[in-house]
Design a protein around this ligand. Structure first.
Ligand code: DC
Length: 233
């Protein structure tokens, strides 16, 4: 297998709240790779659809609209900013309402097709850590390294609850468990690119592991892979 120009592709898939974003960011930092948060791209597209008041049931309108969306990441003073058609939507896309709405829009074919193309474009040279639901199965089935990061529903809800409370958006644990379970259901039951572990992905259950333990394990596996590929060039 040939090395891509900028390194390998690392795919991290898994359900909401398993710690993918934190791990992807830290792993990318350690390896000097670029992080691509595909969930943020679905959220940003959802923000634009909602802002324009596009009827999600009208697939022609959705398709038409999706042809002209431009979502990109920028680094501003060390912070990753998400831009949707030029607007900074980094914070607005993180509300519980946006999370639930994104579960719906990400099941729509035109939305997935538009984002799939730009994700493949962004990652094809390698040197990237892509996180999402379908990276190892659909976006880059040929990724050199695939992880499936999971944790129990209760643990994932507890983490999300803590995160939102810290941000000044208090929610109850019971509410969050229900939200997480509902998103799991929507993400894994949809027809197109459902959440699923790729056959060749390494399963990591983070329920009882610290971020550091998960990261150390994943970074070691990635470094070994990179080294092996460099040696066989
Ligand atoms: O990872 P996240 O919570 O930011 O993802 C938001 C939503 O987008 C979630 O409902 C699943 C969906 N998503 C997807 O369908 N495919 C991806 N590759 C990434 C996210």
């Amino acid at each position: 297998m040939h090395m891509r120009p900028d390194g390998i592709i690392i795919a991290i898939d898994g359900p909401a709240g398993a710690g993918k974003s934190t791990i992807a960011r830290m792993l990318a930092e350690r390896l000097g790779y670029i992080q691509i948060d595909t969930g943020a791209m679905y959220r940003a597209a959802t923000f634009l659809l909602a802002r324009e008041g596009i009827d999600l049931g009208d697939s022609t309108a959705v398709e038409h609209f999706c042809r002209n969306i431009d979502i990109r990441f920028e680094s501003v003073s060390g912070r990753q900013v998400v831009r949707a058609n030029g607007m900074d939507v980094t914070d607005q896309i993180r509300t519980p309402e946006m999370s639930l709405l994104t579960s719906r829009t990400s099941a729509l074919k035109p939305v997935r097709e538009a984002l799939l193309k730009s994700q493949q474009q962004m990652g094809r040279k390698g040197g990237v850590v892509l996180e999402g639901r379908d990276i190892g199965t659909v976006v880059f089935p040929d990724a050199e390294m695939k992880f499936y990061l999971s944790a129990s529903v209760e643990e994932r809800a507890r983490r999300r609850c803590e995160e939102l409370t810290l941000k000044g958006e208090p929610v109850t644990l019971a509410e969050t468990i229900a939200d997480v379970a509902e998103r799991d259901r929507q993400d894994s039951e949809r027809d197109i690119a459902p959440l699923r572990q790729a056959d060749d992905a390494i399963l990591i259950d983070s329920s009882r592991l610290s971020i550091d333990e998960v990261l150390t394990r994943m970074a070691a596996l990635c470094r070994t892979k990179i080294r092996t590929m460099e040696l066989t060039q």
